[in-house]
Design a protein around this ligand. Structure first.
Ligand SMILES: [Zn+2]
Length: 67
């Protein structure tokens, strides 16, 4: 029986890790694993802002109406 797992961060379906395959399990990717670590490192498992892929792709803040 195969259980469908999902990433705790982005809730994408995650395949169970194969024994010889490096994986970020239970996260779908290294990126999500880092997000999780980052959350904990801030002391509180609470982020007000929802996780957005573009937010992770670009470190720069691109606010259209910043000034
Ligand atoms: Zn994920």
């Amino acid at each position: 029986m195969i259980r469908q797992l999902e990433c705790p961060i982005c809730h994408k379906p995650v395949l169970a890790p194969a024994e010889k395959t490096p994986t970020c399990f239970p996260f779908c990717s290294e990126r999500c694993r880092q997000v999780d670590l980052l959350r904990w490192s801030k002391g509180k498992y609470a982020i007000v802002e929802p996780l957005r892929p573009e937010h992770l792709e670009n470190d720069e803040n691109q606010s259209p109406n910043d000034e």
